[in-house]
Write a protein that binds this ligand. Structure first.
Ligand SMILES: [Zn+2]
Length: 167
């Protein structure tokens, strides 16, 4: 579903839903600007210690108070591996290295918000585990005893996969 933006960011004219370049898009009726809407790239990191995995409790909406893999959006000018390293430092206080890609997943948690999640496996290099500014808690869970309230379908699926691989 397209976001319901009304005004052209380029000239302030009205945006209209129109068929353009193969699909329905928002197009400015004044200057012809096409408002492309693309999934927003995000990164999540799997840190495992034997049968344990590091999760963070989300401080902010969406899904505040629920657990997820440490994750965040890629900032402008940043590469996905840098995002992984930055988010881990911000959310958990840990310094990590990115080791491999676990998978890349499309996701839609709300009808008008699509993401593309790059999931890495990481390794801890240093730091002290403590929740940062956008996490309420950061702690290790045994994969056999994960919390009930895990935010986001992709995170739930990955944790289920990792739990199954142990058996
Ligand atoms: Zn315009």
């Amino acid at each position: 579903m397209l976001k319901n933006y009304q005004f052209c960011p380029q000239c302030g004219g009205h945006l209209q839903r129109r068929f353009a370049e193969g699909r329905e898009r928002l197009v400015c009726e004044k200057c012809g600007f096409i408002f492309y809407q693309n999934p927003v790239p995000a990164v999540a990191v799997i840190l495992q210690k034997q049968s344990q995995i590091l999760l963070v409790k989300r401080k902010f909406e969406p899904r505040a108070g629920e657990w997820s893999l440490p994750a965040g959006f890629i900032e402008w000018g940043e590469g996905p591996e840098q995002t992984a390293i930055r988010e881990l430092r911000e959310e958990t206080g840990l310094d990590i290295a990115v080791r491999s890609i676990y998978g890349v997943y499309p996701g839609q948690e709300r009808p008008d918000h699509e993401i593309l999640l790059v999931v890495y496996r990481g390794e801890i290099l240093g730091g002290n585990l403590q929740p940062g500014d956008d996490a309420l808690e950061a702690r290790w869970f045994d994969l056999a005893q994960l919390p009930e309230n895990i935010a986001f379908r992709i995170h739930r699926n990955i944790l289920a996969e990792l739990s199954n691989q142990r058996e």
